[in-house]
Design a protein around this ligand. Structure first.
Ligand code: CAA
Length: 373
C-alpha cells in the first residue's frame, strides 16, 4: 500500500500536529475541519509550530515553506476523496466520531484506510459506522504530535492484517516507535496516564497538597518534563474528563471517576492551555512550579508514583501489553525519563509491593493493593 495523500479531519491541537508530522515526512496532506474558523485555527497552529522550528534553527525558512506548500485546507469532506489514509482527530465524543466516519465512508475512495486518533473510545464502535470496518484502525498520537515519538496502532476484530502492517510501516517511516495493540479503553498510555492525573487531582481536591507542590514533586523527584496539573492543561482538561469517563465506565472503579476539580474547571470553561486557563492561567508566561515543602512533595511523589507503578504491573500481568511497550509508551509518548519497569528494576519489586500495601492501608483504597503473588 502506498500513502501519497493523507487526510486529517479535525484541526485542533492534535489534528494540526498530525498534519505537521505527515507534511514534514514528505506527504501531501489535506486538512479538513467543520468551520472556516476551525480551518483558520488549524492553519495558524501549523504556521506557529513551523515558525518556532525556524526560530530555533531546526528548519530553514525554505524548508518550512516547502512543508506548508504540501498542505491544503478546507471544510468539505469531498476534498478527502483521493486520500490513501484519513486520520480523524475530532473531540472525544463517540456520536460525533461515528457521524464523521460515516461521512468519510461516503467521501473517501473505497481503497482508502480510515484511522481514528481517539484517546480511549472503542475503535470497533467507530469501525462499525462504516461499510469498510476491515480498513478502519486506531492510530493514536501523543501531544505535541511532532515531538512525541510514540504511536499506538489499535486493531479490532475486523481489521485486515495487511492494513495493520502497512500502518505500522507508515508510522515507522515517520520516525515513530509503534506499539500494536487491541481495542481496550485508554489503550496502553492513557489508561496509565489518566489514572495518575486523576489521582493527582483527587489529592488536590482533598486539600493534601497544592497544584504547585504536586507539579514540583514530579518534576524534581522523578524528573518528569511536566507535573500532573501542567500536563492536564496541555492535553485539555475536557479531553481528560472524557477519557476518564470511558475508562470509568469500563472499570467501575471509584479511582477512575473524573475528579471534581477537573469537572468543575471544565464546567467553568477552563479547559487548559487551549482556552487560556485551566489549573494555571496562561495569560502571561508562567514560571516552573516550585514549592519548598519537602515533606509534602515526598509524600505526593511517593503516592502518585507507587499507584502508577502498581497499575503498570497490573497491566503487564493481564497480557495486554509487554513491559517494553509500556516503557516505550511512557518514555516516548509522555517524555518521561525512565519507563515504569526501569523504575521498578531500580527500586526493587519487593519495595514497590510493600509501598503499594502501605498506600492501600493508609488510604483505605483496595485498588492500590499489590497483585496477589
Ligand atoms: N508543537 C511542536 N513542537 C513543540 C511543541 C508544539 N506544540 N511544543 C514544544 N515543541 C518542541 C520545541 O520546539 C522543542 O523542540 P527542539 O527540542 O527540537 O528544540 C521541544 O519540543 C522542547 O520544547 P521546549 O523547549 O519549548 O519546551 P520543553 O522542553 O518544556 O518541552 C514538551 C515541552 C515537549 C511539551 C515537554 O514538556 C513534554 O514532553 N511534556 C509532556 C507531554 C506529554 O506527556 N504528552 C503526552 C500527553 S498524553 C496524550 O497526548 C495522549 C492523549 O490522548 C491525551
Amino acid at each position: 500500500m502506498s500513502f501519497s495523500q493523507i487526510g486529517v479531519v479535525g484541526l485542533g491541537i492534535m489534528g494540526a500536529g498530525i498534519v505537521e508530522v505527515f507534511a514534514r515526512a514528505g506527504h501531501q496532506v489535506v486538512g479538513v475541519a467543520e468551520s472556516e474558523a476551525a480551518v483558520d485555527a488549524g492553519r495558524s497552529n501549523l504556521a506557529k509550530s513551523l515558525s518556532r522550528a525556524v526560530a530555533k534553527g531546526k528548519l530553514t525558512q525554505d524548508q518550512a515553506d516547502e512543508i506548508t506548500s504540501r498542505v491544503s485546507f478546507g471544510e468539505d469532506f469531498d476534498l478527502l476523496a483521493n486520500c490513501d489514509l484519513v486520520i480523524e482527530a475530532a473531540p472525544e465524543i463517540l456520536s460525533l466520531k461515528t457521524e464523521i466516519f460515516s461521512k468519510l465512508d461516503a467521501a473517501v475512495k473505497p481503497t482508502g484506510i480510515l484511522a481514528t486518533n481517539t484517546s480511549s473510545l472503542s475503535v470497533t464502535d467507530i469501525a462499525n459506522a462504516t461499510s469498510r470496518p476491515a480498513q478502519v484502525i486506531g492510530m493514536h498520537f501523543f501531544n505535541p504530535a511532532p515531538v512525541q515519538k510514540f504511536v499506538e496502532v489499535i486493531s479490532t476484530a475486523h481489521s485486515d492484517a495487511q492494513v495493520v502492517s502497512s500502518i505500522v510501516e507508515l508510522g515507522k517511516s515517520l520516525g515513530k516507535h509503534l506499539a500494536q495493540i487491541t481495542d481496550q479503553p485508554g489503550f496502553i498510555v492513557n489508561k496509565l496516564l489518566l489514572r495518575y492525573l486523576n489521582h493527582a487531582v483527587q489529592i488536590l481536591d482533598s486539600g493534601q497538597a497544592t497544584k504547585e507542590q504536586m507539579d514540583a514533586a514530579m518534576r524534581e523527584l522523578s524528573n518528569y518534563p511536566m507535573g500532573p496539573c501542567e500536563l492536564l492543561d496541555l492535553i485539555g482538561i475536557d479531553t481528560c474528563v472524557e477519557i476518564l469517563k470511558t475508562i470509568h465506565a469500563d472499570t467501575q472503579l471509584e479511582i477512575d471517576r473524573p475528579a471534581d476539580g477537573m469537572v468543575n474547571l471544565v464546567s467553568a470553561g477552563n479547559k487548559g492551555r487551549k482556552s487560556g486557563s485551566g489549573f494555571y492561567d496562561y495569560a502571561e508566561k508562567l514560571d516552573v512550579p516550585t514549592d519548598a515543602n519537602v515533606d509534602i512533595k515526598n509524600q505526593v511523589h511517593n503516592d502518585l508514583l507507587i499507584a502508577y507503578l502498581g497499575d503498570c504491573i497490573a497491566m503487564e500481568a493481564t497480557g495486554y501489553a509487554t513491559k517494553a511497550d509500556i516503557d516505550f509508551g511512557m518514555k516516548l509518548g509522555c517524555g518521561l525519563p525512565e519507563g515504569p519497569f526501569e523504575v521498578i528494576e531500580r527500586i526493587g519489586l519487593d519495595a514497590v509491593r510493600s509501598a503499594q500495601a502501605e498506600l492501600a492501608q493508609r488510604t483505605g483504597i483496595a485498588a492500590y493493593q499489590p497483585l496477589p503473588l
